[in-house]
Design a protein around this ligand. Structure first.
Ligand code: BG6
Ligand code: MG
Length: 229
């Protein structure tokens, strides 16, 4: 069995580009329109979570709103998406986070397959704006999975399409729910962020500039060797 992994599966928002911040600002604006205040700490539990589930968690802060009719919830979710689309209008190739394109290039050099595993319905649009579509062998977005993160389905769907075993995949995530999904798929998890949220990742970096291919691979190989002992 080759020592290199067969695939890297990247989360989008907060890993490839800082759209995680735009999701937060869009939810904050919608919440304010509903008389609810959310802060960054609360937002940690929205990262990686689907649009509707995120809305439910915000509405739960004001119990009188939880009983809203489902078409009203749809309207609010669409409204959040309009706020988000306004914020991402100017996203372009300059918004790729540091270290990401170098890592994608290293994947290509080593014939490692590349997939996106995103909970966002806007994923393909954002990847196009960033000019990164040509790197990806496959893109999984919210429309392709029944169970969102923290369920492993986003990551296993990508690996199944690529025809690679889960143990030979590396997933990269900035969200607690995302790391849980990668671990649940029995893949090697790389967290981008703080140990407070992402302490369960197999390998943790503070930001994407620290995503060094050789170091990730070394840690992956060490874990594989330990698993074989
Ligand atoms: C995830 C983000 O990638 O996508 C979440 O981390 C977001 O914050 C989710 O809510 C759904 O995104 P969208 O674009 O379908 O509303
Ligand atoms: Mg993310």
């Amino acid at each position: 069995m080759s020592q290199y992994p067969k695939a890297f599966i990247y989360d989008l928002d907060g890993v490839i580009t800082d759209t995680a911040e735009f999701h937060f600002l869009a939810w904050k604006k919608l919440a304010e329109e509903l008389g609810i205040t959310i802060d960054r700490q609360f937002n940690e539990q929205l990262k990686g979570i689907s649009r509707m589930e995120s809305l439910e968690r915000i509405l739960a802060l004001k119990p009188s709103l939880l009983a809203l009719a489902s078409d009203e919830k749809d309207r609010l979710a669409n409204q959040k998406n309009s706020h988000y689309l306004e914020l991402v209008e100017t996203v372009n190739t300059d918004d790729i986070l540091p270290g990401i394109e170098q890592l994608l290039q290293k994947n290509k050099e080593h014939q490692i397959k590349i997939a996106l595993g995103s909970a966002s319905n806007n994923a393909k649009n954002i990847v196009d704006k960033l000019g990164l579509a040509h790197y990806f062998d496959y893109i999984v977005d919210a429309s392709q999975v029944k169970k969102g993160k923290p369920d492993p389905e986003t990551f296993t769907t990508a690996a199944d399409f690529l025809g690679v075993s889960y143990e030979e995949c590396i997933g990269i995530e900035d969200a607690e729910a995302g790391v849980e999904a990668i671990n649940g798929a029995m893949m090697f998890s790389v967290g981008v962020g703080s140990a407070e949220q992402l302490g369960k990742a197999d390998y943790l970096v503070v930001d994407t500039s620290q995503l060094i291919f050789g170091e990730i691979i070394n840690c992956y190989k060490e874990k594989r060797a330990r698993n074989r002992e």
